[in-house]
Design a protein around this ligand. Sequence first.
Ligand SMILES: CC(C)(COP(=O)(O)OP(=O)(O)OC[C@H]1O[C@@H](n2cnc3c(N)ncnc32)[C@H](O)[C@@H]1OP(=O)(O)O)[C@@H](O)C(=O)NCCC(=O)NCCS
Length: 400
Amino acid sequence: MSELLKKVNVSIEEIPGLGSFIVVPKGLEQVITDTTSISGVDPRGENTLYRGYTIEDLGMNADFYEAAYLISYGTLPTEEEYKEYRKKVDYWRTRVPEKVYDALKLLPQTHPMYYGAYGALLLGQIYAPEWRLDKDYLYEHQIRLIAQLPVIFAAAYNLAYHGTFLRPEGELSHAHDLLRMITMRDHSELEVRAFESSLILYMDHGFNASTFAVRVVGSTLSDMYSAVAAGIAALKGPLHGGANEEAMKMFLEVKKKASEKGVPMEEYIVEYIKEKLARKERVMGFGHRVYKLKDPRTDVAAEFVRKLKDGETWYKVIKAAEKVMWEAKRIPANIDLYTAILYYQLHIPVPMYTPVFAMGRVVGWTSHYIEQSLDNKLIRPTEKYVGPVGLKYQPMTARR
Ligand SMILES: CC(C)(COP(=O)(O)OP(=O)(O)OC[C@H]1O[C@@H](n2cnc3c(N)ncnc32)[C@H](O)[C@@H]1OP(=O)(O)O)[C@@H](O)C(=O)NCCC(=O)NCCS
């Protein structure tokens, strides 16, 4: 225990007049800030769980509605509950307010994560200008966000970049409809299932940065829509959700250069990564704050990558990248390395990779918002001020 405290620089500081404070490591590394029963690493350290089930189990076997229901309410749905939940999600998916579509038509071409944050805030203004914290009301708004945020991403992106968009179709499953709206093309059953599985793999993940942002905003008693907008802002960064997009940019560069050089991609990527590491750059899609040996979600994504278009070729490239990263840095791949290829195989435009992550993660964000709100304590750490002290205001003429 004391070894860990020494290693991570935990100490106790006295601030005269204010009392004793625990100084924790930068970035809250290896710090537990609260409990949750939604998801997290199994206390035995073996798996990552959603409400007791491994992510892999759900990623392989559950559908979107079942997994979303489980994360939201804590148990897998009975047949009755499933039907009712599915009906509600499909109902709200097809009822994005017309005012929202009108507003999306005005947006410039920019990164689509902006569209999602903007859309979440628009929905908040329309649905919940007077926010309340009673349980039924919270669950009601959670469903609206789960159903409508993805539609907003897809519509806004296609409006801005293609001048047109597809409206939701209630008869299709949520995952199928989203894939259709994003790509504006048809997909096979296997492709839809691969996409659905990736949404499940992304649905929640303990106190990751965007979920923590959502909980911080929720802890101030701000509304769920504002909290989700904060989650989207945090997810956008390349160290978090933005990594799947960055990983694909790497694969595309490798594809291009390997073809110019006339060598296989799995051969060229080794050289590419070595050069990147020599320049002390990060290789996106590798590394994780919690997983130091393996990200368990990668196995499920790998199964789908291998079954889809050019799967075995891409799988070899991924494996070659993993090998060189492990030998050089002892850093394993994370889920984003695999979903990058998966989304490429599904014809999803690269800027939509992180929005797709958000389409799954909105289930986790809203569940954490509810968990935080129903047992709230304002999240407000204290800083250790290290700036100057005792200065006195001087008029501008006296400053030099
Ligand atoms: C996710 C991430 C931010 C977690 O990092 P962390 O727990 O804060 O660890 P650090 O950033 O302190 O990294 C520790 C060491 O590993 C190195 N490292 C971590 N991830 C790396 C990567 N992807 N490529 C190269 N080096 C990496 C760091 O450079 C650092 O090396 P140093 O000690 O020699 O300076 C980090 O692994 C990363 O930047 N990954 C790339 C982005 C990514 O894929 N994000 C998605 C995560 S699911």
